[in-house]
Design a protein around this ligand. Sequence first.
Ligand code: SF4
Length: 340
Amino acid sequence: MGPLLELDGVVKTFTQKRGGKRDVQAVAGVSLSVGKGETVGLVGESGCGKSTLARLALKLVDPTAGRILFDGADVTPLGSRQMLPVRRRLQAVFQDPLASLNSRMTIAEVMREPFDTHGIKLGQGLTPRIRELLSFVGLENIDLEKLPPQFSGGQLQRIAIARALALEPEIIVADEPTSALDPSIQAQIVNLMLFIQRKRGISYLIISHDLDVIGHVADRIAVMYLGTIIEQGPAAEIMARPLHPYTQALLSAAPTLAARRERGWKRIMLSGDPPNPANVPSGCRFHPRCHLARDVCRETVPPLRMVSGGNRLVACHLAPEETAATGAEIGLGRRGVAAA
Ligand code: SF4
């Protein structure tokens, strides 16, 4: 069975006008797929291109190069009208539910919109269907005539999820679905998304800066840095033994993993400037911030290569072929995490 959603060598270049016109590559040749019923987590810092990648996956922007495939069909050249049948199967949830829902529309109107857009007439059945969707996400008996600003952030994200489920999609692309919410609400939304997957078997592409959230929900993780994927593999393996120094730094900073640090893990402090697509370093894009960098890293781009019998991909000159190799081979400290 092929993937449901596939990005094949996708590039997105924007023209930056500030400080003299020049092209900036936000996404620099990313290949990523999401299988049926699978959750793929894409993680990286702000400015790494992950939100642009989400918009590309949703065909909200067109790629400069590369292809986007949905259920095996190349949808890259399709216009918005031709994309309608695909959109029914491919839905989105965004970071800020108040911004993503029209604040002048009542909840009834917000929930009705996807049915109208796709010409689905439910007549008398519309309100019961809306109630059913809202109840499914834990919102029983809410006032459908209220406006979005009259709800809390957590309630609004539930409404946004119910709206995304209205057309019974096969995949949801969720861009930072929890990061605008209070920590206690974040866990509720993550658990709701997991509950929906168990009940409906849908796929997710979840984009987040928070490796801890991604590690909790994903089957597979892709780590993005300055427009490229630098590590990819099964979530359990990446969380247990990250191979790329950048993934190691992200994991060492994950707050709820403090207990692991107490048992010998050390926080790796990232030095240097955060990623800036207008200023891409030579060789390995991560080298100015990498404590393991050496001459080859400054001169030669490390290819994204298969390790661990093809199970994992990593773009680092120093990563071992086999994950069973000891951390000492690439200068790593105890349990595979480099010492600060
Ligand atoms: Fe660090 Fe070099 Fe690996 Fe890049 S290639 S992550 S600079 S060790």
